[in-house]
Design a protein around this ligand. Structure first.
Ligand SMILES: [Zn+2]
Length: 380
């Protein structure tokens, strides 16, 4: 039977055959669920009883920052996890992070308000990096033209590159990352995206579809990120939310009550572009619904029932009537006609394989990370 006809959804979470590599056991439970129960949960224990571990780490961070203006670094997108991370670091752990925000030109005003509210109340200084708009527009458009699903790479690349620069320039040894097992243990399937730091791939897409020279765009590469930064410069990325009992609903309530934070309809909806990509482009053009891994993570960590997730997935993340407005906004932002944007939407589906890439090297690296337990999330 053709794989496409054999639709199957995990009987425990809501991952399904929209991930072409999904594997089920005889009970219809997917490999990731089993991975979670057998390997992740026993080690993570929902962040319980990790106070000592957390204290020891926080002490180390403070020690490394002694006598310096900052003891750690935090990138604030305005999204939920990084916002909570900032609150937690400053208010509860009394850390002194250098806080920065990358403005790629796609911020929604609600995100900017959220950022301002939190930063003001905590009394931290915010550094804002604005990326050259001509270049952002051109690289983002190049990715649309290429037909691939990983349209988030330009924004992610800028973020991590600027992050590393701050660490180096200010001699900061610890990077606080809001990433966490509680709400993100099931990440997007590998088949839905691609490695964000494969410069060979990015350069090839830019060579074919770019029209502007990237003079200032912040790029980095995998050697810098995975070898130079951690091993030669000794910069560590720490995910402190894994050491506490982090529950999305409670954390959200705290942000609302304490800062007047306004929650987004969906994870990553703080950026107009990401909202368009994840709420419309990926589910409609590729049948990749990022809510599946997001909800599945919440199901596994007992923060959502499977029934609730199934019910929500019956409706699109962005209501039909909002789609045409969003479509128009994006075309306008990218300075193209709606017809042109529509062309990219209907063009044949492409993958990273249609362009130059170093996939094998990346996959090999990831295997090593997994084997050495440097990566605790479930990636398939
Ligand atoms: Zn599952």
């Amino acid at each position: 039977m053709n794989r496409k006809d054999a639709y199957q959804i995990c009987s425990n979470c809501v991952m399904d055959t929209s991930d072409p590599n999904i594997k089920f056991n005889e009970k219809g439970v997917c490999e990731r669920c089993n991975d979670y129960y057998n390997h992740i949960l026993p080690m993570w224990n929902k962040g319980e009883n990790k106070q000592e571990e957390l204290n020891a780490l926080v002490d180390k961070i403070k020690k490394a920052g002694k006598g310096k203006q900052f003891d750690c670094l935090l990138g604030l997108s305005g999204g939920f996890d990084s916002s909570y991370m900032l609150h937690f670091a400053v208010k509860e752990l009394k850390l002194r992070p250098l806080v920065f925000h990358v403005n790629a030109g796609f911020n929604l005003s609600i995100a900017e308000e959220n950022i301002k509210k939190i930063v003001d109340k905590l009394g931290v200084e915010l550094k804002i990096d604005v990326i050259n708009w001509n270049e952002v527009r051109d690289i983002q458009l190049a990715f649309f033209k290429s037909g691939v699903p990983h349209l988030d790479i330009p924004q992610d690349m800028a973020f991590v590159s600027i992050l590393d620069r701050y660490a180096v320039k200010n001699n900061i040894k610890y990077i606080l990352n809001g990433g966490n097992i509680s709400t993100e243990v099931i990440v997007n399937p590998n088949a839905w995206g691609y490695w964000g730091t494969d410069m060979m791939h990015i350069k090839d897409i830019l060579k074919r579809f770019g029209t502007v020279e990237m003079r200032t765009y912040p790029f980095t590469n995998v050697i810098n990120r995975k070898i130079i930064m951690p091993y030669l410069r000794g910069v560590k990325v720490v995910k402190l939310l894994n050491s506490i009992h982090y529950v999305k609903q409670d954390a959200e309530k705290l942000l609302i009550d304490e800062y007047g934070y306004i929650p987004y309809e969906q994870k990553h909806f703080e950026s107009l572009m990401t909202k368009f990509i994840e709420g419309y482009w990926l589910p409609k053009r590729f049948d990749y619904d990022v809510r599946r891994p997001q909800f599945s993570s919440l199901i596994l960590t007992d923060q959502m029932t499977r029934e609730e997730a199934v019910e929500k997935l019956k409706f699109p993340s962005i209501p039909e009537k909002e789609v045409s407005i969003l479509f128009e906004q994006i075309a306008q932002k990218l300075e193209i006609s709606q017809e042109e944007l529509q062309q990219y939407f209907t063009m044949p589906l492409k993958t990273y394989k249609d362009y130059k890439n170093q996939e094998q090297i990346f996959a090999f690296g990831a295997k090593i990370m997994k084997a050495t337990k440097l990566d605790k999330l479930i990636r398939k």
